[in-house]
Design a protein. Structure first.
Length: 380
């Protein structure tokens, strides 16, 4: 950074209550590393961590004109905070991925639970101006939706995350997400994992998967989707699971949406096609950890530009929706893809890797390998 340039400011937000207080120690470490780097590289650092998720988000939004970069410290919940703080603003987001989960960071090949390496990469990206622009999902409550507290899941009236530029202040929730919107079985799994006392995020999630698949429910959804080619499909779906994915992983490594690309301007709609038997469930779980989940005939898949999900007349009431590991609320909702809406600080080597590993050609090869038609999503 030259002396003639304005001195930049990096805002940091941590999660001090995470992991029984360990989060506070990591936050302090990250702040110290950033401050020392700032002295060498010519930028200032300010800590905007609040007393809760909502308080931190409010602080970051209120002071958005005071910083040039935002760095979040923690798991996927902090990605949710960062996405809703600087999404669609052009301000770059840095990620220090710690704790459990970290599915968005994994999808971008960012270091997980390697604090010094992560901060070094962020500082290098700031100095070199290195970043990737990725898509986000945007989920909006439709009339009749009920919001929930992002952390506890307690249903609220007029609560939930509301974007500061939302046109209707009375809307129940209006938020961005970077990873997945979970609307059924995957939300129940996430909820169970959140309340588990088992050590390690991946272990908690795997145990939750085994517990939830033993008593699948038949949730009722009415779906109206605009597909990648612009055509519209509308029908009821009675299924244990509906997911609207932007990234590939959930639960610390389960690859629910292996065809997702973070820069294609589309979302991936995934659902369980029929009530599976025990052997089908076992096969699907094994495929979920080797990148071939959608090779299983248990699952349906389509690419969508936007989608409305409401309650069908038949079927069980779906559980609370979750996105990026945080609670949102209950149906009905509208979801749309936001093309290249989030700017993420990444080292130049990661930029090059992403272009190669998650290229359109690589994804098409995976779809063909699994026996699906890349346009219709059906098996051929």
């Amino acid at each position: 950074m030259s002396e003639t340039q304005k001195r930049a400011t990096v805002a940091m937000v941590g999660n001090p209550v995470s992991d029984k207080g360990r989060g506070a120690r990591i936050d302090a470490q990250v702040f110290d590393l950033l401050t020392r780097a700032g002295l060498r590289r010519g930028f200032d650092v300010t800590d905007l961590t609040g007393s809760s998720f909502d308080d931190s988000l409010a602080r970051v939004r209120a002071r958005r004109n005071e910083y040039d970069y935002l760095v979040v410290v923690g798991g996927d919940g902090m990605i949710a905070l960062g996405a809703n703080a600087v999404g669609a603003s052009g301000k770059p987001l840095g990620v220090v991925a710690t704790g459990s989960g970290n599915d968005f960071a994994r999808g971008l090949s960012l270091p997980v639970n390697k604090v010094e390496t992560a901060v070094e990469g962020i500082v290098g990206a700031i100095v070199r101006g290195s970043h990737v622009d990725v898509d986000m999902g945007h989920v909006t409550a439709l009339p009749g939706a009920v919001a929930a507290d992002p952390t506890t899941g307690e249903e609220t009236v007029g609560g939930g995350i509301v974007r500061d530029d939302a046109a209707d202040d009375a809307i129940a929730f209006d938020r961005f997400y970077a990873g997945m919107l979970s609307c059924g079985l995957d939300a129940s799994i996430n909820d169970r994992a959140n309340h588990s006392h088992l050590p390690g995020g991946s272990l908690r999630y795997f145990a939750a998967v085994l517990a939830e698949v033993t008593h699948l429910k038949r949730y009722g959804y009415h779906i109206r989707a605009t597909l990648a080619d612009g055509t519209v499909e509308e029908h009821d779906v009675i299924t244990p699971m509906v997911t609207v994915a932007n990234s590939r992983h959930i639960g610390g490594g389960l690859e629910v949406s292996p065809y997702s690309r973070l820069d294609d301007g589309l979302l991936d709609l995934i659902w369980i096609d029929h009530m599976p038997g025990a052997l089908e469930i076992a096969d699907a779980i094994s495929k979920g950890y080797n990148g071939r989940l959608l090779a299983s005939h248990v699952f349906g898949w389509k690419r969508v530009r936007d989608i409305e999900i409401t309650r069908a007349d038949e079927g069980d009431e779906p559980p609370l929706l979750m996105a990026d590991g945080e609670y949102i609320g209950r149906l009905p909702v509208r979801v749309r893809a936001c093309d290249h809406a989030l700017r993420v600080l990444v080292p130049p080597a990661v930029v090059a890797w992403q272009r190669h590993e998650r290229s359109e050609r690589a994804v098409l090869d995976a779809i063909t390998r699994d026996g699906r038609d890349p346009v219709t999503g059906a098996f051929v």
